[in-house]
Each structure stands twice: as structure tokens, then as C-alpha cells.
Design a protein around this ligand. Structure first.
Ligand code: PLP
Length: 386
């Protein structure tokens, strides 16, 4: 049935793609193949599986599934989102240059400026909500444009089809970190991107119980390179985590719908609340990226940031929440809230944080799928303390 999935609906693909019943038993769930090696039939004759860093059936099932969901040719699962990004960056050589959305994940910024910088890979950071800024940053050595949309935590939206056109014009690659939207809401390859990046830790696995990452390639050549680097560098996703992630993905569609309806209700309450100065959510009509988000994605997601005016106000809110958990990360079934300036973005220098709008009074919520009445009541009582 491989390759048949293109004509099926999203959730049908999420549940079935890459997951043929186990040939020995018919097991409907893909088994966790916990093995390091495979016995060969005779010298030179094996079943296509030699050593588990290179081939593992549980990981392969997840990889095929991810490719089907993003509409790519191959998927590649890694030990973390960061190891997926590190593998992606092997497409760039010493002396070459990458243009980034200025507001990408902090770990990506750290990796580029403190690790790859040592190898002569150069990077620029621009406000990619205006593609003229991207165009202006291009150099003869630019190899890749790297976009995250919407960004964390300010929810800035970049035009993916426009960025893809610009990349094509200039003979460069467009890579998109699609972690926040998941393929349920946004499929960058369909809009012209070349590679999709995921931290599967977030919405794809969705249960806050695994760290993982993925790349999905649009061309077979790129897929082959990622496979080669995956086996050469070895930062593979374990069979157990592959199993968990496959299991999580089966409910991605229903989870994303519920994440988003909960978020809309919560955002409405926040936007009307006297103690909340400003709400950042692309689903709000006055958000600068609203129309673009509506055009290029199937939803607005479950991340919302809001301004309480001071560190003290943010701290009082965060110390008082009971149903919401004070924690980094996002995309799980439980609602998490954090203080970006001192938590997720602490490694970003203060002047850069100010430039990005990440103030000391800013709070972020990753809205989970609990009963929304409980989330509203908790946010109300915590804001009531201000
Ligand atoms: C979490 C995250 C990453 C990094 O993923 P890890 O799994 O933590 O290594 C990359 N990009 C985005 C948008 C993220 O949220």
C-alpha cells in the first residue's frame, strides 16, 4: 500500500501511512524493534537490515509516515529537533551563508552563532515578515533561506509561497521549521519549500514524553543525503521514541482541532481582560499576519503570548496558576505557560530580546486539550491577583 496515501485524508494517513500490519503476527501497532543488529541468511544475503543505526523498522515506519503527512519523498527521524537542524545544516558548506527569520527557536540561533560559526558558516537574522528584508540580506554565497512561521513567542507570520519563489529565483533552498503548526495546519512543501524541519517533541508526539526531531525532503537527492548523514553522524531517533511518536501522530488531527478551539476561547477572554495589555495570536483580526496565516495555513495554532506590563505582574500570574503548568516546551496535551524572557529566551541577549518584543512582562501559553472551562477559571483567578 506504500505510496497509496496521497489520495487519502489527513487523519487516515496519520493512522495508516508507513504502518503495514506486522508480517509475522498481523500486529496492528508497529512493534518496537529493540535490536542492534540482524542475523543474515548467508554471506551477502540479508533482509535489507544490517545494523540498527542505519536501519530500524520502527523508525522507518515513523519516517514513512512523516513523509506522507508533509507531502515529501522521505522522512528522517532524529534524536531531537536540534539534531535534525544540525543535519539540515550539512547542506551548507564552509564560506556559505544562511538567511534566517530573526525570531527562530533559540537553540537554532545558538547552534548557528556559537557552533557552526566556528566552521565558517555565516548567518544573517532578518524580520522575514517583510520579504524585502530577506532579499536585502542575500549574498552571492547564500545557500539557504530558513524560516519559522509563526515564530515563538511573538507569532510573526512569514509568507511561505513568497519565500519559496524568492529562493527559486536565486537558486537557493528554502527550509521551514514547521513545529508550531504541524502538518495538520501547514504544509510548507506544498507551498514550494524544499525541506521541512520538526521538533517532534512538540505537537507531533504531543504528549510531552519524548524528545525527537525530523526532516522531510522534497527531492530524492536531498533525502539520500539526509539518510547518509543520519547514518554517518548517528543522531537517530530510538525505536522506543519512534513508537511513541507514531502513536502520538495517530491523534494529531483531533488534538490540533481541540488545541485550537480551546485557544480561541482563551484568547477571547485574554483580549477582553482589563489586566492584559496586548495579546499576540495570529487568529486575532488585528494581528499583522492574520490574513496571510489564513491564506497559507489551515489554522492559527495553540500558542498565545500576552503582555502584562511588568516582570512582577508576569511573576504573580505564573506563581498563581494551578491547572496551567509553569514549564518550558509546548505542544503537549497539557497546558503549559512560561516567561519567555527568563526561560525559553534567556540565552538571547537583552538588547536582542527588546528588539524582538520579548519584554519582561510577556507570558506565553501553549494551550492544551483540557476542559476549556477549567483553563478559563484558572487564568481568571491568576489574573485576579494582579
Ligand atoms: C523545541 C523546538 C526546536 C528544538 O527541538 P528539540 O526537540 O528540543 O531539540 C526547534 N524548533 C522549534 C520551533 C521548537 O519549538
Amino acid at each position: 500500500m506504500k505510496g497509496d496515501w496521497k489520495s487519502r485524508g489527513f487523519s487516515t494517513r496519520a493512522i495508516h501511512a508507513g504502518q503495514k500490519p506486522d508480517p509475522t503476527t498481523g500486529s496492528v501497532a508497529v512493534p518496537i524493534y529493540a535490536t542492534s543488529t540482524y542475523v543474515q541468511d548467508e554471506l551477502g544475503v540479508h533482509k535489507g537490515f544490517e545494523y540498527a543505526r542505519v536501519q530500524n523498522p520502527t523508525r522507518f515506519a515513523l519516517e514513512e509516515n512523516l513523509a506522507a503527512l508533509e507531502g515529501g519523498v522521505t522522512g528522517h527521524a532524529f534524536a531531537s529537533g536540534m539534531s535534525a537542524i544540525a543535519t539540515l545544516m550539512t547542506l551548507v558548506r564552509s564560506g556559505e551563508h544562511v538567511v534566517f527569520s530573526r525570531n527562530v527557536y533559540g537553540g537554532t540561533f545558538r547552534f548557528m552563532t556559537q557552533v557552526l560559526d566556528r566552521y565558517g558558516v555565516e548567518s544573517s537574522w532578518v524580520d522575514s515578515t517583510d520579504l524585502d528584508n530577506v532579499r536585502a540580506a542575500l549574498r552571492p554565497t547564500t545557500r539557504m533561506i530558513y524560516v519559522e512561521t509563526p515564530t515563538n513567542p511573538m507569532m510573526e507570520v512569514t509568507d511561505l509561497a513568497g519565500a519559496a519563489q524568492l529562493a527559486r529565483e536565486k537558486g537557493m533552498l528554502l527550509a521551514v521549521d514547521n513545529t508550531f503548526m504541524s502538518p495538520y495546519f501547514q504544509r510548507p512543501l506544498e507551498l514550494g519549500a524544499d525541506v521541512v524541519v520538526h521538533s517532534t517533541t512538540k505537537f507531533l508526539n504531543g504528549h510531552s514524553d519524548s524528545i525527537g526531531g525530523a526532516l522531510v525532503a522534497k527531492s530524492p537527492e536531498q533525502g539520500e543525503w539526509f539518510y547518509f548523514v543520519q547514518k554517518s553522524e548517528g543522531a537517530i531517533l530510538s525505536p522506543f521514541d519512534s513508537f511513541l511518536t507514531l502513536r502520538g501522530i495517530k491523534t494529531l488531527g483531533v488534538r490540533m482541532e481541540r488545541h485550537e478551539t480551546n485557544t480561541r476561547v482563551l484568547v477571547e477572554r485574554l483580549a477582553r481582560h482589563a489586566k492584559v495589555r496586548r495579546v499576540f495570536y495570529p487568529g486575532l483580526a488585528d494581528h499583522p499576519g492574520h490574513a496571510l496565516q489564513q491564506r497559507q495555513a489551515g489554522g492559527f495554532g495553540a500558542l498565545v503570548a500576552f503582555e502584562l506590563g511588568s516582570y512582577d505582574a508576569a511573576k504573580r500570574f505564573l506563581d498563581r496558576v494551578e491547572v496551567l503548568s509553569l514549564a518550558e516546551s509546548l505542544g503537549g496535551v497539557e497546558t503549559l505557560t512560561c516567561h519567555p524572557a527568563s526561560m525559553t529566551h534567556a540565552s538571547v541577549p537583552a538588547d536582542r530580546r527588546a528588539e524582538l518584543g520579548i519584554s519582561d512582562g510577556l507570558v506565553r501559553i501553549s494551550v492544551g486539550i483540557e476542559d476549556v472551562e477549567d483553563l478559563l477559571a484558572d487564568v481568571d483567578q491568576a489574573l485576579g491577583a494582579l
